[in-house]
Design a binder for this molecule. Structure first.
Ligand code: MG
Ligand code: ZN
Length: 185
C-alpha cells in the first residue's frame, strides 16, 4: 500500500504570478504567502509541481531552457526551505493529444508509482479547471484558486473542486485542517 501523501501544485497562477509564456527567473514573482503556504504543506505532504508548458511546442523557449528554469525555480524554493520532489512538465500543445497534458492524470499516476504516493489522500491545487479535472481523474482532492486565471475560468469548472480558495495560503490552511483520511474516497 502506498503510504505517502502529496500535494501536486500547478505553478503559474498558483505559486507565482502568471505572466504568460515565460522561462526566466527575472519574470518570476511569488504570489504573496506562497512560500509560507508551501512550508506548512511540506510538513505533512510530499510536494510536486505539475505544469503545462506549451511554450516549448510553440517554440517560445526550448525544452533545455525550460529544464534549466525548472531547476532554478526548485533552487529558489530550496533556498526558502522548500523541497519540491519533482517538477513534471508537459511541453506539448493540447492538439498534440499527448498523454501528459493536464487534465490528464498521467503525471500524478507517475508520481504515485515512483514515489509511493497514495493519490486518494493527496491533493492538487491550481487556478485552472484542468487542475481540478486532473485531480478528479486521479482520485485526489482539489482546491481551485482565485489567483492567476482562476476568476476568469471559474465559470468553466465542470468538475466541482473540494474547495474554492482565495489563494494558496487559504488552500494550505484548509488542507492541513482536514483529518488524515484513512479510508479511500
Ligand atoms: Mg496555472
Ligand atoms: Zn504532454
Amino acid at each position: 500500500m502506498p503510504d505517502k501523501r502529496a500535494v501536486f501544485l500547478d505553478r503559474d497562477g498558483t505559486i507565482n504570478d502568471d505572466v504568460g509564456y515565460f522561462c526566466s527567473l527575472d519574470r518570476f514573482r511569488f504570489i504573496p504567502g506562497a512560500v509560507e503556504a508551501l512550508r506548512s504543506l511540506q510538513k505533512e505532504f510530499t510536494l510536486f509541481i505539475v505544469t503545462n508548458q506549451s511554450g516549448v511546442a510553440r517554440k517560445i523557449f526550448s525544452e533545455d531552457e525550460l529544464i534549466t528554469f525548472n531547476r532554478q525555480v526548485e533552487d529558489l524554493l530550496r533556498a526558502c526551505g522548500i523541497e519540491i520532489t519533482r517538477t513534471y512538465y508537459c511541453p506539448h500543445l493540447r492538439q498534440d493529444r499527448c498523454q501528459c497534458c493536464k487534465p490528464s492524470p498521467f503525471f500524478l499516476r507517475e508520481a504515485a508509482k515512483q514515489y509511493d504516493i497514495d493519490l486518494r489522500r493527496s491533493f492538487m491545487i491550481g487556478d485552472h479547471p484542468h487542475d481540478i479535472e486532473t485531480a478528479a481523474a486521479a482520485g485526489a482532492g482539489s482546491v481551485y484558486l482565485l489567483t492567476g486565471h482562476g476568476p476568469k475560468h471559474r465559470s468553466q469548472l465542470r468538475v466541482p473542486p473540494d474547495l474554492v480558495a482565495a489563494n494558496i495560503s487559504e488552500a494550505a490552511e484548509w488542507i492541513i485542517s482536514l483529518p488524515v483520511r484513512t479510508q479511500p474516497r
